[in-house]
Design a protein around this ligand. Structure first.
Ligand code: ADP
Ligand code: MG
Length: 383
């Protein structure tokens, strides 16, 4: 789960990681009164769950109150388009007024889970403020990577490696080390998959301060972080994905036209391959889980059908815990209630498969029963 910059900065504050003073604003009428108590310059910053806001016009450094007022009125409520939002952009519902900082140097610093090594990796660069992907592609030698063993934790020599690599001046090494240590503790204690500070700034006054803050928290750990869960902003979620999650379904929306409903994530991945091999594009990933009930199947079916791009549906189920007859009942019930008019290909195998096929065949609905996966691909190609 991602949280906003201002929320991540609140957590930074509780861990003693320096961030600028700031105030948030969600209502246009509050802009002028909020600006009264802030000394200029002030950074006016759009709060959306995507990066690249500066380049998209969502971050403005204002030198006067009038400039700040103008920027705030423009940004609050705007549809902000950045490299990460897609062409339609994201509506800015909150802005952050933040103390303008006298930047001498911008660094990049992040900590993330390294799945390949089953460990933690710290990535840093002297080229902060830029997109790290560009730095990595064009000047990989300017990226410093430190692998941390999660059982041993962050070691002193690893902090020194970062200090030397980033050419941190002696006047700020102490401050920098303390930030790294605190950020690492925050990363572990909050069950993060990522914390990123871009830029981490060395100021003209020789202090170190986080100007941006990005945090991604492992959703599976949220049950033990009620304070972080309370920061959840559902307004930026995909509407279909949010509905699916509320039904306990594992659903990801994609851009294609063939919907699919599958039990088990591995089979779902293979099913998307099969759809592609049939020359079509998957519209979603949907894993109804091993022990799904007829009701869950019906909910899954409704979510697939609520996507207007859908031209056909592929149901691929191995009946283990979820028996084929239960699945067939769910499919038929949902199809009747919704008034199904799209072609549906069903491939079922496993427990009670004969009963399941009979329910489908006798339903009077336009469901094609695939004998096996190859047959399913042929039927899909014909859609
Ligand atoms: P994003 O990464 O989404 O573009 P940032 O928070 O990194 O947003 O802001 C973009 C740039 O704006 C930063 O690289 C920094 O140069 C500048 N900036 C951001 N906050 C401040 C601030 N409080 N004072 C001065 N400059 C700032
Ligand atoms: Mg940034």
């Amino acid at each position: 789960m991602k949280i906003h910059e201002y929320q991540a900065k609140e957590l930074f504050r509780t861990y003693g990681i320096p961030v600028p003073e700031g105030k948030i604003c969600t209502v246009r009428e509050d802009i002028s009164s909020l600006l009264e108590g802030i000394t200029m310059p002030v950074a006016v910053k759009a709060q959306i769950l995507a990066g690249g806001r500066g380049k998209g016009g969502g971050v403005v450094l204002a030198r006067t109150v009038a400039e700040a007022q103008k920027a705030a009125e423009r940004i609050l409520g705007m549809q902000l388009v950045t490299k990460q939002t897609g062409a339609e952009g994201t509506e800015v519902k909150t802005i952050l007024f933040e103390q303008g900082v006298n930047i001498a140097k911008e660094l990049y610093l992040s900590i993330l889970v390294d799945r390949d090594r089953s460990g933690i990796v710290i990535i840093a660069s002297r080229d902060g403020g830029m997109e790290i992907e560009t730095v990595a592609a064009e000047t990989p030698e300017r990226i410093i990577t430190v692998h941390v063993n999660p059982l041993l934790g962050l070691q002193g020599y690893q902090i020194r490696e970062l200090i030397f690599g980033l050419e941190i001046a002696p006047a700020v090494t102490k401050c920098f080390s303390s930030i790294i240590r605190k950020l690492f503790t925050l990363f572990i204690q909050s069950d993060c998959s990522l914390v990123e500070i871009n830029p981490l700034v060395i100021t003209g006054e020789n202090t170190v301060i986080a100007l941006d803050a990005k945090m991604d928290i492992d959703s599976n750990s949220l049950f033990r972080h009620p304070d972080i869960l309370a920061m959840h902003d559902s307004s930026e979620e995909d509407e279909f994905e949010a509905t699916a999650a509320s039904h306990g379904l594992n659903y990801i929306r994609l851009n294609g036209t063939i919907g699919s409903m599958v039990n088990g994530a591995g089979l779902a991945m293979a099913t998307m391959d099969l759809i592609k091999q049939a020359g079509l594009e998957p519209a979603n990933f949907l894993d109804v889980g091993g022990g799904a009930s007829a009701e869950m199947v019906e909910n899954g079916f409704r979510i697939i059908l609520s996507d207007p791009k859908i031209r056909g549906i592929f149901i691929n189920i191995f009946g283990g815990i979820l028996r084929c007859d239960i699945l067939a009942e769910g499919v038929v019930a949902a199809a009747r209630k919704i008034g199904l008019s799209l072609p549906v290909v069903v491939r079922m195998e496993g427990t009670n498969v004969e009963a399941g096929r009979r329910i489908l065949a006798e339903s009077g609905l336009s469901l094609s029963n695939a004998k096996d996966l190859n047959h399913a691909a042929e039927l899909l190609a014909a859609i």
